[in-house]
Design a protein around this ligand. Sequence first.
Ligand code: ASP
Ligand code: CP
Length: 329
Amino acid sequence: MLVAVKKRFTPKVNLKNGETQWRNHVISVRQFTREDLDEVLFPASEKMLTMVQEVGKVGFLSGKVLACLFFEPSTRTMSSFFTAIERLGGSAIAINNVQFSSVSKGESLRDTIRTLGGYTDAIVMRHPEEGSVAKAAECSPVPIINAGDGKGEHPTQALLDLFTIQRELSSIDGLTVTMVGDLAHGRTVHSLARLLTLYEDVKINFVSPASLRMPAEKLAELRGQGVVPRELDRLDNDVVAESDVLYITRVQRERMTEEEKRIDNPFIVTAETMAHAKPKGKMILMHPLPRVGEISNEVDPDPRAAYFRQSEYGMYVRMGILKEILRSE
Ligand code: ASP
Ligand code: CP
């Protein structure tokens, strides 16, 4: 008798607000509640950190295979998902040189996803088009995780950003978070700002040149959640001084026209900038990376410079996410 092809994916209950439960597909930070972070993801990530320090690897996800389908470049997201599944006992395949995949022959995203879903247990996907990962999830036979959809969202980055803040500053409630740079095209700040609305009394400053402001609809959404960000076009010393978190971003030149690309780096954080910031233990300097000149290398030894710790925490948070999504499949 022929063995039936195993059904790989049992959709779990949907949230009341109509969003897909994040254990089905991680598309947007809107899917997460404060309890998901405080009671599930952050404790799981902390346990992963301890486990990696003590033993390096476990077998929770033995036999599980992850596909990393990347239509845009990546160092951290791709390699931290790879190492995350490996450290949980599973394995990964990469489809990131799309010119060598059948996408270059004109294969549709839909067919690519259906095919990969037949080989693997989950798909991590990055794509230049906003909304593309949500579309992929509609036809995917396995869970899909958004690793960045154009200028839309980068939910797992925002989750690791919050884990970093919580770990380094003990709490997120009541903090002043200043996001600096290309707020128009930067997906990490879109996700992070949204996620911060889950916390009490968080003050948000957006610092950008007029051409790179946070989009109006995203500002309206934040206001709808009760957060009224302050918009500034300069990174003045008093803004640096009041910030518990200074979150710097890169100009996303790949999302701009040739004309727009000529823009210089609007803000550069140096040791002189950091001289105006709160002391060690009271503030952190973050960046999703890669940096291309927005933070001068001289700042790296400063204990408040958290960006490389932040990228390391990404692996533990992604281990927590993978375990939640894949363990009961
Ligand atoms: N790596 C982040 C992203 O893919 C930030 C950046 O590229 O500037 O969104
Ligand atoms: N932060 C981040 O997403 O980095 P990569 O683009 O290198 O994956």
